[in-house]
Design a binder for this molecule. Structure first.
Ligand code: AMP
Length: 311
């Protein structure tokens, strides 16, 4: 499959890279990392990275604005995105051929070519492996290494999540050989604005955990306004409960204008089935969905408690 992907990349003059909505560093890392690898290898090709920009990830990459006509005869590669509905910029359909490269469960096997490795710790790790196993057909540069490294560090929770393997560490170690400022990258990834840290303090004081190790946090619109925090900023805070002794699984409900975002995390019980039941999806231990009322949120919590009790 990897060779077929490389052959397609060789075949096309124009390649457009997409990734999922509400991007995280692995989405940017895999999309931008692959774009840089293609540019470094084939400087004559037209390579674009598209999608709505996320301000908190400007440090990773700025994206391209392109006309619909660019898609004519273009190869589209979608990174880190399980299903078509979550692809950011639905114009991916305008491309001549579509390749899916992803590490989520393959719920929606879209694309003319698919390379899905559910066990890969990060999509950025897959992109590095594509380069590594290409036997010199692909070249990498420092910028690609920076982006892929950021994606791997971030999607493994700094190598703490169980998805981290020896290969993950090998990839990260090899990427460290390239010239980029790791300290600066970590500052961008992990420094938080004071108002976000204060919200973190609020969460630590107010999370509710039952005796079975299920915890919940509710961030209402009013609360976010009070702390001056945006929905995107809360994404950094979901993992902070992982250090609570005895916690097994937890859920954050984050209220937006038109929906309540549901973010599940787990230290063992598989929670993506529950996310799917509520119209979402994700990984075994990190998943998400949306609900449209607090009553529905109550039901999600009941479901999560039942799920953990049944394990
Ligand atoms: P997040 O809490 O946004 O970091 O999401 C955790 C994981 O769940 C990510 O891998 C997402 O791809 C996935 N995910 C989150 N929300 C949804 C959704 N509404 N539908 C499908 N997958 C989702």
């Amino acid at each position: 499959m990897k060779q077929q992907i490389i052959d397609k990349i060789k075949e096309y003059d124009t390649i457009i890279l997409h990734r999922h909505v509400r991007p995280d560093p692995d989405a940017y890392g895999s999309q931008g990392g692959l774009a840089e690898i293609i540019r470094a290898t084939f400087p004559e090709k037209n390579v674009y990275t598209v999608g709505a920009e996320e301000q908190t990830l400007y440090f990773m990459r700025r994206l391209d604005q392109i006309e619909d006509s660019v898609y004519e005869n273009a190869l589209v590669i979608v990174c880190d995105t399980a299903n078509q509905a979550r692809i950011c910029d639905q114009r991916f359909k305008l491309g001549k051929e579509v390749i899916k490269i992803d590490h989520h469960p393959n719920e929606d096997p879209y694309g003319d070519l698919l390379w899905v490795e559910e066990d890969a710790a990060a999509c950025s790790q897959m992109i590095y492996e594509l380069f590594k196993t290409s036997g010199g057909q692909l070249k990498i540069n420092d910028e690609a290494a920076r982006l892929l490294y950021a994606g791997i560090v971030s999607d493994t929770g700094r190598f703490l999540y169980p998805s981290t393997t020896i290969e993950t560490m090998q990839c990260a170690g090899e990427l460290m050989q390239y010239a980029f400022d790791r300290q600066e990258l970590f500052n961008h990834l992990y420094e938080k604005d004071a108002h976000v840290l204060k919200l973190e303090g609020y969460i630590l004081q107010h999370f509710v955990m039952d005796e079975s190790g299920v915890a919940e946090v509710r961030l209402t619109k009013e609360l976010l306004k009070q702390f001056g925090a945006t929905q995107a900023e809360t994404s950094l805070l979901v993992s902070i409960l992982s250090g609570v002794k005895g916690i097994k699984a937890w859920v954050f409900f984050i209220e937006e204008e038109d929906q309540i975002r549901v973010r599940f995390r787990s230290k063992g019980p598989v929670i993506n089935g529950l996310a799917m039941k509520h119209g979402g999806g994700g990984h075994a231990l990190a998943a998400g969905a949306s609900v449209y009322s607090w009553e529905e949120a109550d039901q999600v919590l009941v479901d999560l408690k039942n799920l953990v009790a049944g394990q």
